[in-house]
Design a protein around this ligand. Structure first.
Ligand code: DP6
Length: 352
């Protein structure tokens, strides 16, 4: 790749990045202009759920418009292609090669498309990393802290939660007055993680495989004139501060309290929007009740969280893996269709 410069317009070799998904413990819900969040959020990066992006740049004649071919799992995907093309066009002033070359993207998810797992975080994360990597290579720079910061900022412009996928373990995004170096523009890794959280697991109980009826973008916009918005944003910032302390003190019961309350608050916001809607299904509630009951009976520190959909994320320390997974596997049947077992991960990886 080093010898391929924009000037001589030769074929740029393929770049491949793998970017994981993440699950928010304190939720991002509500945004301003330019994909800036209304509150800070804090997530755990996953390891097995990821998107791999293969980006190729090829010579083309005129450098006026973006030329993009987007393939998802080997098949042309026109719908996502249009979203990505719009995104790339908006970035072209900082990444001029996007117009100078014909761009081809092959995208592959490690999880089945039908599983109902949100893929925009890992997809935009991997796209942003690949684009930043081309520029880095052309400028003969190394992969350093600045690289990931820039990639996080760029990923945010594609999908807010994507900016948190740039780092492993626990990641914080959004300006929080109690946390130094926090920013609305990009995410930062959370350091000083207690042993209790270092090997955390996330089992995703698939309750529903259908795509969401209300997109996250519409959900975020409903926070604009939401009657509880202001208090919600303040609450989230306080919880991020608390959670950051919990992650270093190792307080599992406080973690459980924050995680579960955040999940219910997120859905409460949807249910109390002017254009109210409901994403939980009966299977979601059955699973939640069983988890709470199991925790009460066994005293095992296991809890649930939800993203903007009906599937239930079950969080637990690796030390409790066997007992929790035995319990979860017994839930497969009417309400739980399938379980995807994932765990905390190290963040993105350059494959090629
Ligand atoms: C409920 O990041 O999908 O998962 O910025 O519009 O792409 P856009 O939204 P998105 O919203 C994620 C919302 C959430 C909570 C979270 O991940 O923090």
């Amino acid at each position: 790749m080093a010898e391929n410069t924009v000037e001589n317009k030769k074929l740029i070799e393929t770049i491949v990045w793998r970017c994981p998904s993440n699950i928010a413990i304190v939720k991002y819900w509500g945004k301003k202009e330019n994909q800036l969040p209304c509150n800070s959020s804090l997530s755990m990066t996953l390891s097995k759920a990821f998107t791999e992006i293969e980006l190729t740049l090829q010579e083309k004649k005129a450098a006026d418009e973006i030329e993009l071919d987007f393939f998802f799992e080997g098949k042309k995907n026109v719908q996502f292609q249009e979203r990505v093309k719009k995104y790339l066009s908006a970035q072209a002033k900082d990444f001029s090669f996007l117009k100078e070359f014909a761009v081809s993207i092959n995208s592959h998810n490690s999880f089945p498309h039908s599983a109902g797992i949100a893929s925009s975080a890992s997809a935009f994360g991997a796209i942003a990393l690949s684009i930043c990597d081309v520029l880095r290579t052309l400028r003969k720079q190394t992969i350093n802290e600045d690289f990931f910061r820039k990639a996080s900022e760029l990923a945010r412009l594609g999908s807010g939660s994507a900016c948190r996928s740039m780092y492993g373990d626990f990641v914080l995004w959004g300006k929080n007055n109690a946390i130094a170096n926090s920013s609305d523009e990009f995410a930062i890794p959370v350091t000083d993680i207690h042993e209790n959280f270092k090997n955390f697991h996330d089992a995703i109980l698939i309750v529903e495989k259908e795509p969401k009826k209300v997109s996250s973008s519409v959900g975020h916009s409903l926070m604009n004139n939401h009657p509880f918005a202001e208090n919600r944003f303040l609450q989230a910032d306080k919880r991020v501060e608390r959670l950051k302390n919990v992650l270093s003190s190792g307080d599992l019961s406080e973690f459980i309290h924050i995680a579960e309350s955040e999940a219910l608050t997120l859905h409460a916001m949807m249910m109390t929007s002017e254009d109210y809607y409901l994403l939980m299904k009966s299977g979601t509630l059955i699973a939640i009740e069983k988890i709470i009951e199991f925790r009460k009976e066994t005293k095992i520190p296991v809890c649930f969280t939800l993203d903007a959909g009906p599937n239930v994320h079950v969080l637990y320390p690796g030390s409790e893996k066997n007992k929790v997974e035995l319990f979860l596997n017994n839930m497969i049947g009417n309400s739980v269709k399938e379980i995807i077992f994932d765990q905390i991960g190290d963040g993105p990886q350059k494959i090629r």
